[in-house]
Design a protein around this ligand. Sequence first.
Ligand SMILES: [Zn+2]
Length: 159
Amino acid sequence: MQERSVPDSPGIVRHDARSTGERSVLTSLLRGARLTCPACGKGAMFRRYLKVADNCPACGEALHHHRADDAPPYFTIVIVGHIVVGLVLAVEMAYRPPLWLHAALWLPLTVLLALLILPPVKGALVGLQWALLMHGFDPNAEEEKIEPFDVGIRNGRGR
Ligand SMILES: [Zn+2]
């Protein structure tokens, strides 16, 4: 495991552990969906609700390479939409309840389901990226350098 100090953040040591063993897509995806590290399946992937830990607390695997971006909300909307729209149609066909009851049922259910489904979906996507060696998860990849926007402007780029 390599350790290095983050230059502009004194006191913060980032572990750059990168396992090179076999990476099963299904196992990694399921471990991520259980909110655990895709490498060992023991350490917690998230340090807060949707904040992925920089490194697995159990095995030290670097998890900060993930680029889940807006894929988790996208898949969450697809899943929740299919569940809620199906239920709305079924209840409407069976009972024809008043509109206020529809609103009272489905609006809170939609919010609750989205909040419950978002972490396992994000975990599964991070596990998938890890298994497929995407982004910095590839042990042979160079460290990704993300330049802050204003640095590019100062150097005359980004115009
Ligand atoms: Zn781990």
